[in-house]
Design a protein around this ligand. Structure first.
Ligand code: GLU
Length: 456
């Protein structure tokens, strides 16, 4: 006889056919929650998990825009408003050609737990479009963002749903989206989008917040196991905003970052991506709009470019022993074969940076064979936490100073680590059971709120 958790997972897969990333995250999260369900039989009676996996609302819309040559294009737009039990829906917008409901729903579902873990009053949501921003002119990006917001504006608001950026949506896109919202609504509504530019309500530190938070989380994870992040050799994937913030904080804390990667391959820099010039160059690479990292090795000849490869095999390729791996690129970047390479290289610590960067089987393998594995929904929660600080700044008609934001964020990341470690210990017997601990700690608050609010 299948358990409650198993039944909900199966039912969810059947009701959302073909949405493989969404199935993956539901399976990973709900499986962790099994001991909580045993302790709370009232959750099953209230169909709590069935409600949790069904978005409160999903909006799909048409986005029509014209390119610079006068050709008309039609894209799909999405916003999944997943759960508002503890606050307004909050989560980013992703613009990428592979976007479809399975991706937006996995991100929206993860966001419920992530946002709860921050300890701040924000619910979970996510949106985006199958629009590919790479290679588009600035004018095309603006027209697309305006067309997207011309539908989205009616579904969002500072106390309803607060979108932000994600892959393909940075400060420039948020600026165009905000401009169009303001034009249509005739309201400033500062807190309706986060990740805004500093002159119009943006929060100092938001750009680096996700990366800084990841490293602060990893630092706690290492510390709990008697290790100092200072002097460690670190390998990451990606070269976008998250990677840049991660590289910068690693540099500040005295760790040596040896890799970055793109769709074209990876860079190995034996001297470390550890100078101001090298860290700043990551921003330049991303801003080029070419989505390739190879030019790093032309600019810094001590580095080598490995075309078509991922950095998980850096030990096999170069003999470099890595102490900490941090995938910062995108979902399902680390498969079983990569997990085996990571473990074979003798690495003991792994901390997810991107959302769901590890397949479920690879994650299970890493958890079994490493000292500690930090889950994305906890480690990368600094970004959305900073977004919530931005919402507070906007609603209070004030401005927070850089150091204030960093101090708040650092404390939030320590609290998140402790919440994961304590739940891991309580339900799974070890403070290093951070993956299960994050799911449980994130779930507990949402579950209590949903129970208190009745059958809605
Ligand atoms: N897209 C980011 C994330 O995955 C940020 C969301 C936000 O700031 O609302 O958490």
């Amino acid at each position: 006889m299948a358990t409650y958790v198993e039944r909900v997972i199966e039912e969810c897969k059947k009701r959302n056919p073909g949405e493989v990333e969404f199935h993956q995250t539901v399976e990973e999260v709900l499986t962790s929650l099994a001991p909580v369900m045993d302790a709370h039989p009232e959750y099953e009676k209230a169909a709590l998990l069935e409600r949790l996996v069904e978005p409160e609302r999903g909006i799909t819309f048409r986005v029509v825009w014209e390119d610079d040559n006068g050709n008309v294009h039609v894209n799909k737009g999405y916003r999944y408003q997943f759960n508002s039990a503890i606050g307004p829906y909050k989560g980013g917008l992703r613009f990428a050609p592979n976007v479809y409901p399975g991706i937006i729903k996995f991100l929206g579902f993860e966001q419920i737990f992530k946002n709860s873990l921050t300890g701040l009053p924000i619910g979970g949501g996510k949106g985006g479009s199958d629009f590919d921003p790479n290679g588009k002119s600035d004018a095309e990006i603006m027209r697309f963002c305006q067309a997207f917001m011309t539908e989205l504006y009616r579904h969002i608001g500072p106390d309803t749903d607060v979108p932000a950026g994600d892959l393909g949506v940075g400060a420039r896109e948020i600026g165009y989206l905000f401009g169009q919202y303001k034009r249509i609504r005739d309201r400033f509504d500062g807190g309706v989008l986060t990740g805004k530019g500093i002159p119009y309500g943006g929060c100092l530190g938001r750009t680096e917040a996700t990366g800084f938070g990841i490293v602060w989380y990893a630092e706690e994870m290492l510390k709990a196991n008697g290790e100092d992040i200072k002097g460690k050799t670190v390998a990451i994937s990606g070269f976008g905003n998250v990677s840049w913030g991660t590289a910068w904080k690693l540099q500040q804390l005295g760790a040596k970052l040896v890799t970055i990667s793109g769709p074209d391959g990876y860079i190995y820099d034996p001297e470390g991506i550890s100078t101001d010039e090298k860290v700043a160059y990551l921003l330049e690479l991303r801003a080029s709009g070419k989505n390739i990292c190879a030019p790093y090795a032309e600019k810094f000849p001590e580095a080598t470019f490995y075309p078509g490869k991922k950095p998980w095999g850096v030990f096999q390729d170069t003999g470099c022993k890595v102490d900490l791996f941090i995938p910062c690129a995108m979902q399902n970047d680390v498969h079983m074969e990569h997990a085996k390479q990571i473990v074979e290289g003798g690495c003991k610590f792994y901390c997810e940076g991107a959302n769901m960067p590890t397949t479920n089987d690879a994650l299970a393998y890493l958890m079994e064979n490493m000292t500690a594995v930090g889950p994305a929904k906890a480690a990368n929660a600094g970004g959305v936490a900073c977004s919530c600080i931005e919402m507070g700044q906007n609603s209070g008609h004030t401005v927070f100073q850089h150091q204030d934001v960093y101090d708040q964020l650092h404390q939030i990341m320590i609290n998140i680590y402790n919440a994961c470690a304590n739940a891991g210990e309580k339900y799974y017997g070890s403070k290093n059971c951070l993956v299960q601990g994050a799911n449980i700690a994130g779930f507990e608050k949402v579950a209590e709120a949903m129970m208190a609010q009745g059958l809605v």
